[in-house]
Design a protein around this ligand. Structure first.
Ligand SMILES: C[S@@+](CC[C@H](N)C(=O)[O-])C[C@H]1O[C@@H](n2cnc3c(N)ncnc32)[C@H](O)[C@@H]1O
Length: 287
């Protein structure tokens, strides 16, 4: 059963308490828990569109592709690099900010269990389709529809924020992380899916490093990369990958037609991992 600790009202930030199948704040703002167990904490006034985030189709394409297991090395890398500060009796409070359909947090939970590491896991995404899918996949994590732009959580309530291929909002990550809490950014590297991009585009834009000048309020403590080959063995698999990426909207008609002719595709996964630690005012080790 998920628990609903570490959540606050998205309208006035007051604590939320469980009343039957709703979470309610002292001002009477009430949020129903869905049948599959997730909670929608994205009020209409915080939505920029009627159906924000990834569409139902994109979520199912991503779920199909991720379940093929080609990105499981991402889970392994996160576990291998996990900070060793959290081995005590208190559960490590983790937020996956922009969790999609929950693939990574779910597999991380399995690995944490194997290592007997206690965790309290929250997965948040702005797409209700993604969160609904995640809540069917894993019943022990708290799944939330919400926005990174205004996290429905009190200050300093988290130990680790994960942002995987997502949309980081550093001020909110900083606010919700505890003193010396960690932020992990996982992003595509220069060669990521290069073979697919070479088919889709007449020329490839030069790679731009993100946040190369640092991230306000955080210091970089660890960096690593994965670079490995994998193969898609059918047109169906290739289309699922294409449709879960922004390339489906950006690529030319000719590029997409060329991809439709393939029955197999050898690809490179190139993924960068950056662990940051929250710095506090007056910390002389801070950058
Ligand atoms: C490229 S997907 C990555 C999903 C997941 N982290 C993964 O790697 O499988 C980006 C996700 O960010 C979500 N998203 C977009 N804007 C967001 C926001 N402001 N707050 C939270 N999630 C957001 C989308 O709905 C989508 O699920």
């Amino acid at each position: 059963m998920p628990t609903f600790e570490h959540l606050s009202c998205p309208i006035d930030r007051l604590p939320l308490s469980l009343q039957e199948r709703s979470l309610v704040c002292a001002h009477g703002h009430s949020f129903d828990i869905a049948k599959s167990g997730y909670i929608n904490l994205l009020p209409v006034q915080n939505k920029r569109s009627k159906d924000p985030g990834d569409s139902k189709d994109m979520v199912s394409y991503r779920q199909f592709f991720l379940n093929l297991g080609h990105y499981f090395p991402v889970v392994k890398n996160i576990i291998d690099q996990w900070p060793d500060d959290f081995t005590g009796s208190a559960a490590c409070r983790i937020l996956d900010a922009g969790c999609g359909e929950g693939y990574y947090l779910h597999h991380l939970a399995d690995e944490f269990k194997k290592q007997e590491l206690k965790t309290h896991r929250l997965g948040l995404d702005i797409s209700k389709w993604a969160v609904a899918a995640a809540s069917k996949r894993d019943k022990e994590t708290t799944w939330i529809v919400g926005s990174n732009a205004s996290l429905p959580m009190p200050d300093a309530c988290l130990d680790v924020v994960l942002c995987l291929f997502g949309f980081p909002v550093f001020s909110e990550f900083h606010r919700t992380l505890s003193e010396r809490g960690y932020l992990l950014l996982v992003e595509s590297g220069e060669d990521h899916l290069i073979e697919l991009r070479q088919i889709l585009y007449p020329s490839i834009h030069p790679f731009k490093e993100t946040h190369s000048s640092g991230v306000d309020g955080f210091k970089l403590v660890k960096e690593s990369s994965l670079h490995y080959p994998f193969t898609l063995n059918s047109q169906d698999e290739i289309q699922h990958l294409l449709c879960m990426t922004p390339h489906i909207h950006k690529a030319s008609y000719e590029g997409k037609e060329a991809v439709k002719k393939l029955s197999t595709l050898n690809l490179t996964a190139n993924i960068n991992f950056r662990w940051y630690q929250k710095t506090i005012v007056g910390d002389h080790n801070a950058e």
